[in-house]
Each structure stands twice: as C-alpha cells, then as structure tokens.
Design a protein around this ligand. Structure first.
Ligand SMILES: [Zn+2]
Length: 222
C-alpha cells in the first residue's frame, strides 16, 4: 500500500502519498483505472477491472477450498516401508507433541483463524456492495478490521514454507500429495485473487453517508 491516510470530503478522497508526502485528491475511478501521485507518480489508488464480483466469487470459493483442505489428507510420507499421513487438522497437535506450542499456535492463527476471519469480513461487505444495497452500519469497522488483518494473514508465507520443506523431504521419503494439499493451494490462490480485486476506495466511498452522519453527530456533540 502506498497511501497512508484517507480523508473524506464529500465525494472526493484525499490521500497522502507515502513516498513523497504530497496530499492528492483522488477522483472516483472507473473499473481498471489508477490514481497516481501528482508529485512522484506512485500509484495511490487502483480499481479492479472486474469489480467486486470477482473478489466476492473468489472469496466464497476460497472458503470451500479451505474446508476441503482441512477435511482431506495433506500429504503421505513413505520411507523404508513405513507410511505416515499428515493432515492440516492434525498438524498443530503434532507440533504440540514435539514440544513446539508456539509453532502450533502460529499455524492455527496465521493460516486458519486470521485468513478465515479476513475472508468472512470481506464477504460481509462485498455482498451488500455488489448487489447495490446501502452500506450497513457495520461496514466501517469491518473495513478497518479487514485492513488490519491483511498484515496477519500469512497464507502465502505458509505455502512458500511448505514448498521449501517439500524440496528437502523429497530426498528422504516418497511423498504423495493429497487432496488437502491441492485444496490449500487453491485456497491460497483464490484468496490472493480476491485480495487483489478487493477495491477499498469505492468501498470507502460507499460508506460515506455513515462517515458524514458520524461527523455530523460529533459536530453536534462538541
Ligand atoms: Zn508521491
């Protein structure tokens, strides 16, 4: 993200550039358009070509894939006639058995709990936005929490870690990748596509009646 602060004034959005600190006015962008900094040219805001529909479809599909990843075996290891099946659901338990409670907790939080909450939060605003409904009261806190959680969803780090481990293990044992493995890869990919097309700027525009209502109430209170 390049932009570090958003100010809403009517239908305009003012964004401070993180690269050069210039305050830029971002007009309402059309699908596939980008808003760049007038000082340094850094992209401050970009609209997805396909709109929120693709983000929503990928988010819903990613949850199905995550469920499959936890139901089916992740991989099977075979060495010297002995086989061992690993599944995502048993992975934290295995880590606990090896005396690694920190890793067990990290796996559950960073690869399951946080990505699931993030996806559900995004879906909860994408459904009313996509179907042209007015922004619900929860839209503003949901967008804020969704922004914070993006830093704590580490599905991509887990995928890279798994692939790196596989390249080491492959020389020690025969590996058979299970349905759970492919489902988790699909979950990671769909989640990434959903995140790329999750346009925050139009969503913030959409919540502006609530922001103005909040500012009006604060004005009366002071
Ligand atoms: Zn700039």
């Amino acid at each position: 993200m390049v932009a570090d602060s958003h100010e809403h004034n009517g239908t305009e959005v003012h964004v401070a550039c993180l690269m050069c600190d210039v305050l830029c006015e971002i007009p309402e962008l059309g699908p596939g358009e980008q808003g760049a900094c007038i000082g340094c040219g850094a992209v401050l805001s970009a609209r997805s070509t396909y709109g929120p529909g693709l983000s929503l479809a990928c988010a819903l599909a990613s949850l199905v894939m995550l469920a499959l990843a936890y139901v089916y075996p992740f991989l099977t290891l075979e060495s010297s006639g002995l086989g061992h099946q690993l599944s995502l659901i048993s992975l934290p338990e295995t880590m606990l058995a090896f005396g690694r409670p920190g890793i067990a907790a990290s796996i559950v939080l960073l690869t399951l709990i946080f990505p699931t909450i993030l996806t559900l939060l995004n879906i909860s605003v994408l459904i009313p936005f996509h179907f042209g409904m007015t922004a619900p009261d929860y839209a503003i806190p949901v967008l804020r929490w969704s922004h914070h959680l993006t830093h704590w969803s580490m599905v991509d780090v887990f995928v890279i870690g798994v692939l790196a481990s596989l390249t080491k293990i492959i020389s020690l044992a025969d590996i058979t990748l299970g349905i759970g493995f492919w489902a988790y890869m699909a979950f990671a990919l769909l989640g990434l596509v959903s995140f790329w097309h999750f346009d925050r700027a139009p969503l913030w525009h959409w919540t502006e009646p609530h922001i103005r209502h909040g500012e009006h109430k604060a004005g009366i209170a002071t």
